[in-house]
Design a protein around this ligand. Structure first.
Ligand SMILES: NC(=O)c1ccc[n+]([C@@H]2O[C@H](COP(=O)([O-])OP(=O)(O)OC[C@H]3O[C@@H](n4cnc5c(N)ncnc54)[C@H](OP(=O)(O)O)[C@@H]3O)[C@@H](O)[C@H]2O)c1
Length: 207
């Protein structure tokens, strides 16, 4: 709940490809509603959403950005287009699921990719997370072998990290907080042609 407004937190996933669908599956498993958007008319992916669950709501990008918590599940290169959807992201938490693998460091001004994304979403609170697992694994029930699959979270905003940590637990994952984006967060960010050390590149195939 948002303490200030005493209303339920709303969620959206922008990008409904491999990772967007895997995340939608996690929401559906726990009966938490989430809207999903792409650049296309929501009717065009309505049947895919319905297959995942009744609480997966196809919508437009303009509607999806109204959510309190927004998962950014597009290619890293597309994040500026999404960021343009609002002049200011104040009051919103953006969960950056992108992997900037192969993006030249010069293009990032030498910065960690999540900081580049954070700067594009002016005024928003950014949490890097849910990006270290391949979609096929992220899409599975995180209750495995008597334990829970972990997700790594990093943020320069402790409140936002706590908020997404609580959500991760509600989705059945075990969150591990790594600290700031440029500190522990670097362990889960691809840089140039290197994967972050905590991205299980040897276990899963990434696109
Ligand atoms: N695949 C994996 O296993 C994996 C694992 C971890 C992290 N990631 C990261 O997750 C992100 C998504 O990967 P993916 O494999 O899911 O990619 P994908 O299958 O190509 O899906 C990308 C989605 O983004 C949508 N999209 C593109 N531009 C958009 C825009 N401007 N506004 C709204 N939606 C837009 C696309 O829809 P339309 O083109 O129809 O609009 C599509 O639904 C990438 O950054 C990737 O590095 C992927």
């Amino acid at each position: 709940m948002n303490n200030s407004e005493n209303k339920a937190t709303s969620y959206s996933i922008i990008g409904f490809g491999n990772i967007g669908k895997a995340l939608a599956g996690a929401f559906a498993r726990k009966g938490i509603d989430v809207s999903v958007a792409t650049t296309h008319d929501p009717k065009s992916f309505a049947s895919d959403a319905a297959k995942i669950g009744p609480g997966i709501i196809p919508t437009t990008l303009a509607e999806a950005v109204k959510a309190d918590v927004i998962f950014l599940a597009v290619r890293f290169e597309s994040h500026p287009d999404v960021a343009k959807a609002l002049p200011n992201w104040q009051g919103k938490t953006i969960v950056d699921v992108t992997n900037a693998y192969g993006v030249p460091l010069e293009q990032l001004g030498g910065q960690p990719s999540a900081r580049v994304v954070a700067q594009a979403f002016t005024g928003g609170k950014l949490v890097k997370g849910f990006n270290h697992l391949g979609a096929a694994i992220l899409g599975q029930d995180p209750a495995v072998h008597g334990g829970r699959r972990v997700v790594f979270l990093s943020s320069d905003d402790d409140g936002a990290a706590a908020e997404i940590g609580a959500l991760a637990e509600n989705l059945g994952f075990s969150p591990i907080k790594l600290g700031g984006l440029s500190e522990g967060g670097l362990l889960v960010q691809a840089r140039g042609n290197s994967w972050g050390q905590l991205i299980f590149k040897d276990l899963v195939k990434f696109d």
